[in-house]
Design a binder for this molecule. Structure first.
Ligand SMILES: [Zn+2]
Length: 215
């Protein structure tokens, strides 16, 4: 399933969470970030896309999305460091573009970049004593080296993700963060199980691909 499709489903879940739980604008932004990131995270694995089917333009877009995203995140950090200014919506858009670029690109450089981001998160978690950030960092640093649609596309990974969500909810003391994270991650597995390839969501207990499309 395409990264942009996962992103759209994630955004819908975040919107639903923002409406379901007591509404506050900053909480709404948080639910949206958690749900979209959760909906995309599984594809931070060693993604292998069928590039043969892609035209020149989409191939270029895929490659450049990553670099445009990086550039935007860099611009955010620059503004923050030099002028002490932080724009939440600009930052959210930048991170989303970077994330989309990461889940739709492949290769050793991309994997190393994902791992590097994971190590950065680990360091931040260690510095600020935040368990969820340590766990998230370990996840992000590790998964790019896994086979595509392998361990990240299982119910075991979903449980792990729920644990990270629970730690984050505990940290922020905001209801519904864990539920939003689980719903986002589960939506990814569900969407992929609607593709012809399916997902081995109980691997290695059940090695068969689960496909929810009617034949
Ligand atoms: Zn996937």
């Amino acid at each position: 399933m395409k990264g942009s499709t996962h992103l759209a489903i994630g955004a819908a879940i975040g919107t639903a969470a923002a409406l379901f739980f007591p509404f506050q604008p900053e909480h709404a932004a948080l639910y949206l970030s958690v749900s979209t990131f959760s909906a995309l995270a599984a594809d931070l694995d060693g993604t292998s896309l069928l590039n043969g089917k892609l035209g020149q333009v989409s191939r270029w877009l895929r490659g450049s999305g990553l670099w445009i995203g990086l550039l935007l995140v860099f611009a955010n950090s620059y503004l923050y460091v030099t002028e002490d200014r932080f724009y939440p919506s600009f930052a959210a858009i930048s991170v989303t573009i970077l994330l989309l670029g990461l889940v739709t690109s492949q290769g050793t450089i991309r994997n190393a970049l994902v791992s590097l981001i994971g190590i950065g998160l680990l360091y931040a978690g260690w510095q600020t004593h935040q368990t969820w950030l340590l766990e998230l960092g370990a996840f992000v640093a590790w998964v790019p080296w896994l086979k595509h649609r392998g361990m990240t596309h299982t119910v075991w990974a979903l449980v792990l993700w729920g644990q990270i969500g629970w730690e984050l909810q505990y940290q922020l003391k905001i209801d519904g963060i864990m539920a939003t994270a689980i719903a986002g991650y589960a939506s990814h597995l569900l969407a992929d199980s609607l593709t012809p390839q399916g997902v081995k969501c109980f691997y290695p207990l059940i090695k068969k691909s689960i496909k929810l499309i009617p034949r």
